[in-house]
Ligand binder design. Structure first.
Ligand SMILES: O=C(O)c1cccc(O)c1O
Ligand SMILES: [Fe+2]
Length: 300
């Protein structure tokens, strides 16, 4: 039995320049700055205490954090990893402190993506109050680079308790709760975070941000569009440190009732599998090879 992940909790992203990343997150993305010192900054787009921790220095790496229900569940997860030959490291007290959690274990997927499992993260008694109203409802999913889609998918399914909701080519969209996907694994040549998704309230927020981002010279890299897989309408844009951010609205839920009959669907690696409206991605991992061998260039 694999770990029982309840939800995504945080991402940690090493930054070239903390000020630049914080300014982007607050003024463009619409997150609330919760805490900051010279080495790290904590931001959120929902009622959790933080969703993103930016750390000074790209070399501090990229990590995703996932919540389990209790310290006991975390112990169970550690035992299950060991039983199946997965190297698991217990977090240090300093690491737990910096992540604002009581329990922490760390594993890697076959690609080398660092995956942290946490228990009893700090709750926050104040509601989310951003400086820019982007209509964010909550932090929802991450895209990860994968060098070995079948091995990483198997790791998520067997060791982390994930279920594949759909595939686009070899990319698996995987859920750990009733959201269509909490993680998606995109074939690539490296490890790391490929994109970070926040759900927004409506298509109006997507379109308002589309104009706001253009006005602020932020590069739109995909959309506005609609995913046939989750049904969500989306907008992707380029942030600092090579991170792409996605707003989306209307992500499909696969409930316990739906699950009785749900069968994951295989979508071909085609433009129409990423966007049913015809938007063309300027994101390497989403690009579809053309019959003549050249990649599609986004119309200026
Ligand atoms: O929402 C989706 O279905 C989706 C599909 C492809 C790529 C993504 O980032 C997605 O969020
Ligand atoms: Fe996404």
């Amino acid at each position: 039995m694999g770990a029982d992940l309840h939800d995504i909790r945080y991402v940690r992203i090493g930054c070239d320049d903390l000020d630049t990343s914080v300014r982007f997150a607050t003024d463009i993305l619409g997150l609330e700055l919760m805490e900051r010192d010279g080495n790290r900054a904590y931001l959120r787009g929902d009622d959790r205490d933080h969703n993103i921790c930016y750390t000074q220095g790209r070399e501090s790496g990229q990590v995703t954090g996932w919540e389990v229900a209790s310290l006991d569940a975390l112990d169970e997860a550690a035992k299950a990893f060991e039983a199946s030959g997965v190297t698991v490291r217990a977090g240090t007290s300093e690491e737990r402190e910096l992540r604002r959690v009581r329990g922490l274990i760390v594993v890697s997927d076959p690609t080398g993506n660092i995956i942290e499992l946490v228990a009893r993260p700090d709750a926050c008694g104040r509601r989310y109050f951003p400086t820019r109203d982007a209509g964010i409802l909550n932090f929802s999913h991450v895209g990860l680079h994968t060098r070995n889609p079948s091995a990483d998918e198997a790791f998520w399914v067997r060791n982390l308790g994930g279920k594949v909701s759909d595939w686009i080519g070899d990319a698996a969209l995987i859920r750990i709760n009733d959201v269509h996907h909490n993680v998606a694994l995109f074939p690539s040549t490296r490890a790391g975070i490929q994109h970070v998704n926040f759900q927004v309230e409506s298509i109006d927020d997507i379109m308002r941000s589309f104009y706001h981002l253009q006005k602020n010279n932020v590069r739109i890299v995909f959309g506005p569009g609609r995913h046939p897989t989750s049904g969500a309408r989306f907008l992707y844009f380029q942030g600092p440190d090579d991170i792409v951010y996605e707003y989306s609205t209307g992500v499909r839920l696969i409930t316990a009732e739906d699950e009785k009959t749900y069968v994951p669907r295989q979508f071909p690696k085609a433009e129409s599998s990423f966007c049913m409206w015809g938007s063309v991605p300027d994101i390497p991992e989403f690009r579809v090879p053309q019959p003549n061998g050249s990649a599609v260039a986004r119309a200026a």
